[in-house]
Design a protein around this ligand. Sequence first.
Ligand SMILES: Cc1ncc(COP(=O)(O)O)c(C=O)c1O
Length: 403
Amino acid sequence: MNFLNINKKTKNDDPDFSYLNKDVLYLDSACQTLRPQQVIDAMAEYYHEYNSCGGRVKYDWGIKLDEKIKETRKKVLSFVGKPASEYAVAFTLNTTYGINLVLGQLPPKFKKIITSDIEHNSVFLPTMTVAKKLNIPRVILERSVNGSLMYNKDDISGAIVVLNSMSNIDGRELINLKEITDDVHKTGGIVLVDAAQGISHDQKIIRESDFDALFFSGHKMYGPSLGVIIIKKSLLVALDIGFIGGGMVEDVEAETYRLISDSDDLGSRLEIGLQNFAGIVGLSASLDWLKSFKKEGVSAPVHQEKLAQFLFNELSKIPTLKLINSSPSPITSFYFDKIDAHRLAIFLSAQNIMVRSGYFCCHYYLKNLKKYPPLVRVSLGLNNTKEQVEFFVKTLKTIITNL
Ligand SMILES: Cc1ncc(COP(=O)(O)O)c(C=O)c1O
């Protein structure tokens, strides 16, 4: 039943997302952002005009692709303000894959592994398996409501520290990342950052930190399905590379091989086999799009802040709604005592509103530590507008009063 009568099949007036119908209200950007037309066009151009393999071929298509790949690695580093002399960029499947790849190949010299209570399963689970493999203790530290890690210096001494820079539950940010990294480095430890959410929202925290490795997904930053690893070259050459194959070596003998050693191409040590070349090209277009984004004269962070503030204010006025967020964020979760979150998501879907329901791969924190019922999560993207958020709130209110 469409009791709000919204099914008007008119096209979206945002030219970057004009392929969408106006009545489509996508509020699940924390899972996967929508792709601007520019990203789709860049990928189509690769398929139509220079569909070739990177790093191997001498014909023009391949040379053009190699240039694009090189340029994308540079853009990634520039996006997070890190120098190519110190850091390498590797492309992979997604954030989860990158985290597993680096954690699984670390040398056995660390005293413990530290993570936090609000981590996504993509960090929570690999830290368990690596602790077992390296036979070191694993410690879960608390994140405060403002997102900072609560720790004392002994906790993190000589440790592998793996944390998100922004939570996918309520968007809280790791505001003390710089301090953590400085403290960990003094004791010979390393800091690995899951920036799956943080990368498209706030690069300031990331830029200020001297992290050892950072992971993100193109599909959460308006790009294609692709993972990115930014890693210090000093850590990369110390990895015990065991996941191996084509594209990573300079020479191979019957029983030995020599990994790529060219400093400009070190990221290839983590790129096993042929890569998602259209994805790399599309990522480059998404970085350009994000950098130049302006809506109603404001930049991406300001646009998102305004929408998040509005959503937070409106949701705070609904007396039966229990907000998880303590402050506004483009990622906002809530529940009702008497309304099942999945049922609510299905009712919203009937009105063309797409939200998430459940535990968002944070089972330990949400289900087992906090004992929350399944939640509803609204995650805003740069394609969303104030009118859409207003419409969402109005629809939500209508649904909950009719249930
Ligand atoms: C904070 C966080 N970390 C990691 C991931 C995993 O990302 P991917 O599925 O792209 O590997 C997600 C996905 O939602 C996330 O929100």
